[in-house]
Design a protein around this ligand. Structure first.
Ligand SMILES: [Zn+2]
Ligand SMILES: [Zn+2]
Length: 416
């Protein structure tokens, strides 16, 4: 990479730091904190960054922090780790089990935090040696699981002036030492929709004198997903699926109200933005045809994480440079949600999967399970990968500007 032995530099760095990072992860694992309550976690990170000569700034709510490495010259690349735990009991029998009843780092955010901390320390060394061609914004984000922490970071100016952003997530289906990459959508949007219908009610003998509410509700339940599938680009994979429906209490009385709840999942950002208005207008037209009143309550979850192609190429180049040829491979799109999608609505970037499975293990606890754990050598892999990604993005980031200037010059010459 640019004539430098980055791989060797990272080997040397990790030889002295890997155990410290593993210990740091275990400490967080023993003291997990829920969304927007990550006070101790934030303090631990801030202390370590300060000891390395950096100047972290804790976010206004007191959890999560931002920290810049390097000067303002050149591009700015952000690296994001989420730091919160889950309301899931720890079921593992390990020396570093959670000491907080009912709370556990079951999504691997302790690993993400240790990876970003290690990356920060390495990049701080690079900056000190004058080897950082730009600035790296470290984002230790609170409350990914709520979700909402990404919005808190953005409201605090966390990505202002940032050209490109990267993040990663533990993947227990991928062997340690490997990373999974994908251009385009890698996670999905997931929103909740609640529909309430109401009418005068009456006797089932005389549906024409009232509004046949159960029939109307059934029409809404089947017509909305059907109409959506014809109104939205099928490539967006927007799906409305009902999970709960309730109306009436006896066979011969038409009830005066009913409710249905479901989820809207979507892979495409434009379709996700358009979904609430479209569902509402379809609902009103179907309800109107049967003379019932209908109300909709639409709760936004997170947008899909849609990876930028150039950023994914940077991840691939970084992986090849420091993890070895063939260390990165394609990964599938998940129907789960991830609030990293909020950043990518504003700036380009990419989200990667970090292998955490001990090669050859049969037992596979998924994330969000109380038995989930990782092969801790994933921390070293993550540090190599993220540090190389930041440097690659800074090096590459200097080129488009020159390219644009050249294009402008050519256009000027052509005009004359
Ligand atoms: Zn999670
Ligand atoms: Zn997670």
């Amino acid at each position: 990479m640019r004539g430098r032995n980055l791989r060797g530099e990272l080997d040397t760095f990790l030889a002295g730091r890997e155990q410290e990072l593993i210990n740091f992860r275990r400490d967080l694992h023993m003291h997990p904190e829920l969304a927007f309550a990550e006070y101790r976690t934030t303090q631990r990170i801030a202390e370590r960054l300060t000891a390395a000569g950096l100047a972290p700034a804790v976010l206004p709510r007191g959890t999560g922090l931002l920290c810049d490495v390097g000067s303002g010259d050149g591009p700015t690349v952000a690296l994001r780790a989420d730091i919160d735990a889950l309301p899931v009991p720890d079921e593992k029998d390990v020396p570093y089990s959670s000491t907080v009843p009912g709370v556990c780092h079951a999504c691997g955010h302790d690993v993400h935090t240790a990876v970003l901390l290690g990356t920060s320390l390495f990049l701080a060394q690079q900056a000190e040696a004058g080897l950082l061609p730009g600035r790296v914004r470290l984002i230790f984000q609170p409350a990914e699981e709520l979700p909402g922490g990404a919005l808190e970071v953005m409201a605090s100016g966390g990505i202002s002036g940032v050209d490109r952003i990267f993040g990663l997530h533990c993947d227990p289906r991928l062997d340690v030492g490997r990373v999974g990459l994908k251009s385009g959508p890698i996670t999905s949007a997931c929103d909740k929709v609640t529909i309430r219908v109401s009418g005068p009610g009456g006797h089932t003998a005389r549906p024409h004198l009232t509004a046949d509410l159960v029939f109307a509700l059934a029409k809404i339940l089947t017509e909305l997903p059907a109409a959506l599938s014809r109104r939205v680009d099928p490539r967006s994979s927007l799906s409305l699926v009902w999970g709960r429906v309730e109306a009436g209490s006896v066979a011969n009385a038409i009830p005066d109200d009913g409710v249905a709840e479901g989820t809207v999942r979507c892979l495409d950002e434009a379709a996700w933005h358009a979904a609430p208005d479209m569902i509402k207008s379809l609902l009103e037209s179907v309800a109107g045809a049967y003379g019932v009143e209908a109300e909709m309550d639409y709760t936004r979850g997170v947008p899909p994480v849609v990876n930028d192609k150039i950023s994914v190429q940077m991840l691939a180049e970084a992986a090849e440079g420091v993890l070895g040829e063939g260390a990165s491979g394609p990964t599938e799109q998940s129907l789960g949600g991830e609030d990293f999608g909020w950043y990518l609505e504003s700036i380009p970037g990419a989200f990667a999967r970090l292998g955490t499975r001990e090669p050859g293990t049969a037992h596979l606890a998924d994330i969000h399970q109380g038995t989930f754990d990782v092969d801790e050598s994933a921390i070293g892999t993550g540090v190599r990968f993220l540090a190389a990604t930041a440097l690659t993005a800074l090096w590459e980031g200097q080129r488009p500007v020159a390219g644009e200037a050249l294009m402008a010059l050519k256009a000027l010459k052509a005009d004359n």
